[in-house]
Design a protein around this ligand. Structure first.
Ligand code: UD1
Ligand code: UDP
Length: 385
């Protein structure tokens, strides 16, 4: 039996962890056991508990309750607490997801005391080190022993940074931090999307609850610091969305991340205040994952700066305007199904107009077959010493 200590903390990690946890419980419970550690990076009901409830994720074994802090303090507190838990639990490996401060803390805490790290969602790069996530993911990758890249570009990025192909690494010897194994595994979020798709359809009451016209809306999410920390940037994006809504008489549905909500509530920006005059502009609380899938399925188009949501747009075969100047999900832009716009209102409108005129988009199979979690479990059992 191998014991995995899994670190989660931010919304997307909680959601991703559901896929691996489900696979372990269903198919590998005689070989893998998971101890769940929630750093408490996200803590509102709608950013954390809701996912445990609707996705059947077990209650965390440890709730560290770190909460919101500036980067150094938050990561430092997590490091201290995660190290303490590792010393109690003595796991065979620490599993981290993605690129948040919880990922960084989990990877560093484990690697420093010689516990092998498994990084899921490895190899992704935006090539923009001003993003905290880029620093987190590079550090996590280089502290890891088993790396699972969801896409081929993830594998290529790692090879450029000196990682050997898995065949070469296996020839050199067993997996360890100085001889890491890198696997192309597909995307856990594709597993989750397929698994929950039918269940999501049962959440239709969401539309009447918020008065959303199911057949005529754009779904949007905005939470990146570069789009929210400066109220003028945020205001430019929201104003561009509002103009599209008014010109085309289409609804904008914006489940608002608390970072963005807090920025808006503290500001008296005149442009943002004007949004309330448009009844088609619907700002709602963050929704659960099932409701999010339902919104993604039915939206005409998606505009987002979220990593997860741009990918889910692709899974749902919806065009996506990415509210960032670059993306680590290179393949979806290469496929022509998503376009980069950053926060420039003209680019946002142009990209929207472009997709309005595109009746046929091809969504090639990029993210695996929906069994990434099973692949990861089998590979851990085979290669973790
Ligand atoms: C974090 C991740 C980001 C990820 C995002 C997913 C880092 C550096 N960033 O960004 O990569 O895309 O999560 O959503 O790890 N807040 C609440 N309630 C909550 C959580 C947050 O009110 O439950 C507010 C607080 O004011 C907090 C702010 O949101 O200061 C930002 O939260 P934080 O976790 O620091 O960063 P995110 O923007 O959520
Ligand atoms: N999500 C959700 N409810 C919302 C907004 C997003 O369940 O109101 C889900 C979304 O479906 C995706 C994940 O949260 O699976 C993405 O998280 P987020 O955008 O916070 O972070 P990122 O992926 O950018 O790191």
């Amino acid at each position: 039996m191998k014991k995995l200590l899994t670190i989660i903390g931010a919304r997307p990690q909680i959601i991703k962890s559901a896929a691996l946890n489900r696979a372990i419980r269903t198919n590998f419970s005689n070989q893998l056991v998971e101890v769940l550690v929630h750093t408490g990076q996200h803590y509102d009901y709608s950013m954390s508990d809701v996912f445990f409830e609707e996705m059947g994720i077990p209650k965390p074994d440890y709730q560290l309750e770190i909460g919101s802090e500036r980067h150094g303090k938050q990561t430092g507190k997590m490091l201290d607490e995660i190290e303490r838990v590792i010393q109690i639990e003595k796991p065979d490996s620490v599993v981290v997801y993605g690129d948040t401060n919880s990922t960084l803390a989990g990877a560093l805490a484990a690697a420093k005391i010689h516990v092998p790290v498994i990084h899921i969602e490895a190899g992704l790069r935006s090539f923009n080190k001003r993003m905290p996530e880029e620093l987190n993911r590079i550090t996590a990758d280089h502290a890891s022993t088993l790396l699972y890249a969801p896409t081929k570009s993830g594998i290529r990025n790692l090879e450029k940074e000196g990682f050997l192909s898995v065949e070469e690494a296996i020839k050199k010897g067993s997996a360890n931090i100085d001889n890491p194994y890198v696997f192309h595994c597909g995307d856990l979020m594709y597993d989750n999307t397929l698994f929950y798709s039918a269940e999501a359809d049962k959440r239709e009451s969401l539309f009447s609850k918020h008065g959303i016209d199911k057949k005529n809306f754009i779904l949007s999410t905005i939470h990146r610091p570069q789009n929210t920390d400066d109220i003028h940037v945020l205001s430019r994006i929201l104003t561009a969305l509002n103009e599209i809504s008014i010109n085309d008489q289409i609804e904008i549905v914006l489940p608002l991340h608390p970072r963005t909500a807090s920025m808006i509530s503290r500001s008296d920006n005149a442009e943002i205040k004007k949004l309330s005059a448009n009844p088609l502009f619907k700002i709602i609380e963050p929704v659960g994952f099932l409701e999010m899938l339902l919104l993604e399925k039915n939206a005409k188009l998606i505009m987002t700066d979220s990593g997860g949501v741009q990918k889910e747009a692709f899974f749902m075969q919806k065009p996506c305007v990415i509210l960032r100047p670059e993306t680590e999900w290179a393949e979806i832009v290469e496929s022509g199904c998503a376009l980069l716009a950053g926060s420039d209102p003209k680019k946002i409108r142009d990209r929207y107009d472009y997709f309005k005129q595109q009746s046929r988009l091809e969504f090639p199979s990029i993210f695996g077959d929906g069994n990434a979690a099973e692949f990861i479990c089998e590979s851990i059992i085979e290669h973790l010493n």
